[in-house]
Write a protein that binds this ligand. Structure first.
Ligand code: PLP
Length: 425
């Protein structure tokens, strides 16, 4: 009987472990339970609190208990369209927006309803490829290089499309990027847009870290390819509300059929996104002056912290590209390969496991981001600090946030990096 039940497991899911980021969190918890020191640079969660005005909006709307429209609350859809229009010069309307319980769920639904090959530049966020595998979509990895700053080039995209140019394709672009911290310049986005347009590639533009561009100068590819870009955003990263579960997709008007197909699938699965959270999200997407100040502090803090992280990684002999937004770094310890091999470390999973066991510093191996296991890369999420305390101490005054302020409030991250550098060195 047991054997028969085993055989019923969908082949696309068999052998899939729990998402890599959640697994590292579990390992950290186990170490903590044993009373051991852990520096949590594994899970990429915003360290900052949800802005007060958004928390208050949630409190004020806690009484709302009814199901909402599967597409999302009208007021929120208007706020999201207005937000993208102001930030990116688009001309979206409420009807172009779909609200879901996290952008991750919306990405899954998109891959479910859109029949096309999925193009994934690597290093890539850990969930794109497993989602495509679960659904059974064909995946084409586009491996970028350190020398190219981990950026997808138009030439690379073109090479991928030239093999059967008529094939439907979905390109997943993420910038500022998890895991490398890179982002594209407007010119680079314009060139990618031209190539995508030429081959009719649908672009899923994952801009969940857009507001955390260190200069506050995030530009969307939707500006250059409005007819072929689905713009993905949400509350999880810039608004510190990952656990609230709210994501948004904004579609080109001509892709209404795709939005409707996703809404149909949503109506048979999660039904709607939490009503109080949607009401609170209206306040977030209206971005009042308190939220602008909160964002200025977040960006300044993360930029200065990224500099400190980079200095320590250089000391460790790592090759690393500068972080331009978000809270990740993707060092490559390939230059230390011989010394690490002498310690029995030849792959990125071995590197991360030894690092955690011997120093208590939790990271994720480059392999989980679509890289070859032999590349000695790893991802650091520099978020193990009390962002609520730091935000309160800043008094939402960006001028208070200097290097000394960051060193004082993010000491754990810096200790973790020092331990890493000492261990490698
Ligand atoms: C690049 C990237 N995209 C999407 C997500 C998912 O975000 P959400 O909380 O909206 O599902 C994450 C979360 O870690 C992410 O890093």
């Amino acid at each position: 009987m047991q054997k028969n039940l085993d055989v019923q497991l969908n082949l696309n899911v068999r052998g899939l472990g729990c998402s890599a980021t959640l697994a590292i969190n579990q390992l950290c918890r186990e170490r903590e339970l044993r009373g051991e020191q852990v520096y949590k640079l594994g899970l990429g969660q915003s360290p900052f609190p949800v802005p007060l005005s958004v928390v208050e909006a949630l409190q004020a709307n806690a009484w709302r208990k009814g199901y909402l429209d599967v597409h999302g609350l009208q007021e929120l859809r208007e706020a999201v369209a207005g937000y993208h229009n102001r930030r990116h010069g688009l001309s979206s309307a409420a009807q172009d927006v779909l609200v879901g319980p996290g952008s991750k769920e919306l990405m899954f639904l998109l891959q479910l309803v859109y029949y096309g090959e999925v193009l994934i530049p690597t290093p890539a966020w850990v969930s794109y490829a497993p989602q495509a595998s679960i659904i059974g979509r064909r995946i084409h990895f586009l491996h970028t290089t350190f020398e190219e700053g981990w950026r997808l080039t138009p030439e690379h995209l073109e090479r991928a499309c030239q093999e059967d140019p008529g094939r439907p394709r979905l390109l997943v672009l993420n910038y500022p990027d998890n895991p490398t911290g890179m982002t594209y310049t407007p010119d680079e986005l314009r060139s990618l847009a031209q190539t995508a347009r030429r081959f009719g590639v649908l672009v899923l533009s994952d801009e969940i870290y857009g507001e955390l561009h260190f200069q506050g100068a995030h530009v969307s590819i939707a500006r250059f390819y409005p007819e072929g870009t689905i713009l993905s955003s949400g509350l999880s990263k810039w608004c510190g509300a990952g656990g609230w579960r709210l994501g948004t997709f904004t579609y080109p008007r001509d892709l209404a059929w795709l939005r409707q197909a996703m809404a149909a699938a949503a109506s048979e699965t999660y039904t709607t996104t939490s009503a109080p959270v949607q009401w609170a999200a209206v306040t977030a997407f209206e971005v009042g002056t308190d939220i602008e100040r909160y964002l200025s502090v977040s960006r300044a803090f993360l930029r200065l912290l990224a500099d400190e992280v980079q200095q320590r990684l250089n000391r460790a002999g790592a090759r690393v590209t500068p972080c331009q937004g978000g809270f990740y770094s993707f060092p490559d310890l390939g230059d230390r390969r011989a010394a690490l091999a002498a310690r029995g470390i030849t792959t990125s999973p071995e590197l991360c496991t030894s690092l955690l066991q011997q120093t208590g510093v939790a990271t994720l191996p480059g392999r989980d981001f679509g890289r070859s296991p032999e590349e000695l890369s790893l991802r650091l999420a520099f978020v193990d600090f009390n962002g609520t305390w730091a935000m309160a101490q800043s008094d939402l005054e960006v001028t208070r946030v200097d290097a000394a302020f960051v060193r004082e409030h993010a000491g754990r991250v810096l200790t973790a990096l020092d331990r890493l550098a000492d261990w490698v060195g």
